[in-house]
Structures are given as C-alpha cells and as structure tokens.
Design a protein. Sequence first.
Length: 56
Amino acid sequence: MPAVIEVSKCTGCESCVGACPVETITMQAGKAVVGDACIDCGACVGACPCSAIEMK
Ligand code: SF4
Ligand code: SF4
C-alpha cells in the first residue's frame, strides 16, 4: 500500500522528498504529496520528523 501523508501534521520540511528512492514525493502548496510511482518501500516514513506519513 502506498505512503499516505497526513496533511495536518506535515510541516513542509521536505525531508521525505530526498528520502524517496523513486523521487515521487513533491511539494504542493507547502505540503508533501506522494505520486503514483510509489513502490511502497516505507523510506519516507522513517524520514519524517513529524510522523506525518503512514503506509496504508
Ligand atoms: S514509500 Fe518509498 S517509494 Fe513510496 S513515497 Fe515513500 S519513500 Fe517514496
Ligand atoms: S518529512 Fe514529513 S513533515 Fe517533512 S515534508 Fe515530508 S511529510 Fe511533511
């Protein structure tokens, strides 16, 4: 299942953007957005200092 961003917790730090091996996380209006290329690796979950990302 893909990574899901809990928008209310996202501070826009961009840590997850660099952590994603397939570069499918982008920033839109200051919030992280997971793209369709997500391979469900979970790397972004550990990279987020705000616990704003879950695998669902
Ligand atoms: S789970 Fe992996 S592939 Fe999917 S958005 Fe997070 S880092 Fe990228
Ligand atoms: S690492 Fe977490 S807080 Fe930072 S931009 Fe990504 S989802 Fe938002």
